[in-house]
Write a protein that binds this ligand. Structure first.
Ligand code: SF4
Length: 434
């Protein structure tokens, strides 16, 4: 069988696909992408295990990750224009019964059909705010569809057009690993003495499975987004002596550093090692215990890229997402969530030059929306999120036509007990105030 590496590095296919003109692979630089396989259609990748081409290609995929079944030939063989028309027609037939939710990092061919565009939490809130819809087609990744299912009504279906659209960061913390960590950590720290705060509060980033959100809900913990991570850590420190932060070490570290904590009190928990690779004393001295997870898209950004942008474009403003490594966040002029990045760009003056450290589809779209500015991605090599890339118009057309036919393919259902505990952690986040 052909390995994924052979499959995606096939030069002849790359050349043929490039001639067909795939926008993600070629748009920003016109010459290169992080991976030749990006010019392939996702159904070619769905046949082999792994995340497929893009920034998460080499990340380890858990055996339990959902796999997508074969897509009917009609959709694979359709032209781009046919797919577009089928989507438009099916959407018109479905009317307000179905809403399409499009994540900021999706390709433009999906975003043009979206009823709501936003980050994961904004889209889950959109689902919650539309009780009239029978179904939501979530053009994002698996954990986002789970959150939408948790927040939407029990009769409302949340559908992920391609089940292989997971998130490599979310997959870096499984519920079994988190429960093992909690057992070891609470044993090492011991119980709180009378009058003391809790020894440790679990905090999970939105980019985690429903099972981990539920774990936090059950254990006095909370969820955060990249917009409210500081408020959430303040909430946690009002209740606990320390925090264990899942799964993105960079968001945890950057937020705690901005609050004045030094890296000496932020040990890394490596899930395959006893005590996460730490001593009991290191854990006792810790304020934020960071899970060893990361986003493969944002970890590509480097200080060298920032130095080059400043050398090439004197006066450039550099803004990055807090999933980037700490050195990158420190070298940038500003760091914040997707919402922060959008607001910074909206507040810029004509002629300003802005280098952005986040996902390429979003950066390209911001440049399209703001022709009066020069906006470019810090990473000169185009490399989108592998798993977002799996949502192709062919899957959206198939999903919508299935809904028209009365079927609900790829429905994401979160177990009722898990949903209840997750909701607790999400509600704590909504109630947390700066
Ligand atoms: S951009 Fe990073 S965090 Fe977001 S879905 Fe992709 S891998 Fe996950």
């Amino acid at each position: 069988m052909t390995s994924v590496h052979e499959l995606i590095r096939d030069a002849a296919e790359r050349e043929a696909a490039m001639k067909r003109g795939k926008p993600i692979a070629l748009r920003a630089t016109g010459v290169s992408s992080c991976d030749a396989g990006l010019v392939k259609e996702p159904w070619a990748i769905d046949r082999v295990p792994g995340y497929g081409p893009g920034a998460s290609l080499d990340d380890e995929i858990p055996g339990t990750a959902p796999r997508q079944g074969p897509l009917p030939a009609r959709y694979i063989e359709a032209s781009d224009e046919e797919l577009r028309q089928w989507i438009v027609d099916a959407k018109a037939k479905l009317g307000e019964r179905v809403a399409i939710l499009g994540h900021f990092y999706q390709r433009d061919e999906i975003i043009e059909h979206a009823d709501f565009v936003g980050d994961s939490f904004m889209l889950a809130q959109a689902a919650k705010g539309h009780p009239e819809a029978e179904a939501f087609v979530f053009c994002g990744v698996h954990f986002m569809a789970e959150t939408a299912d948790i927040l939407s009504g029990p009769e409302q279906a949340v559908i992920l057009p391609n089940l292989a659209a997971g998130c490599s960061m979310a997959d870096m913390a499984t519920i079994e690993q988190v429960e093992d960590c909690w057992r070891e950590l609470t044993a090492a720290l011991g119980p709180a003495a009378e009058g003391e705060l809790q020894p440790v509060i679990p905090v999970t980033y939105m980019n985690s499975s429903a099972a981990i959100k539920a774990f936090c809900g059950r254990n006095g913990g909370i969820v955060c987004t990249s917009s409210n991570a500081r408020t959430v850590l303040e909430w946690a420190f009002a209740r606990g002596q320390r925090v264990v932060f899942f799964p993105d070490q960079h968001l945890g570290r950057n937020t705690a550093k901005a609050m004045g904590y030094s890296e000496d009190v932020m040990p890394l928990w490596r899930p395959h090692l006893p005590l996460g690779g730490n001593t009991v004393q290191q854990l006792r001295d810790a304020r934020v215990i960071l899970w060893n997870g990361f986003c493969s898209v944002h970890k590509r950004f480097t200080v060298a890229q920032i130095d080059k942008a400043r050398a090439d474009y004197p006066g450039v403003r550099v803004i990055v997402h807090p999933e980037c490594p700490a050195a990158v966040v420190e070298a940038a002029d500003g760091a914040g969530s997707t919402d922060y990045i959008r607001k910074e760009i909206e507040a810029a003056s004509p002629g300003d030059i802005i280098a952005v450290g986040t996902e390429i589809n979003l950066v390209n779209r911001l440049q399209d929306q703001h022709p009066e500015l020069t906006i470019f991605c810090l990473d000169p090599v185009v490399c989108p999120c592998s798993t977002m890339y799996r949502i192709h118009p062919a899957y959206l057309a198939w999903t919508l036509e299935s809904l028209v036919a009365g079927e609900q393919p790829n429905r994401i259902r979160v177990d009722a007990a898990v949903a209840g505990d997750s909701r607790l952690a999400l509600e704590r986040m909504l109630a947390a105030k700066p």
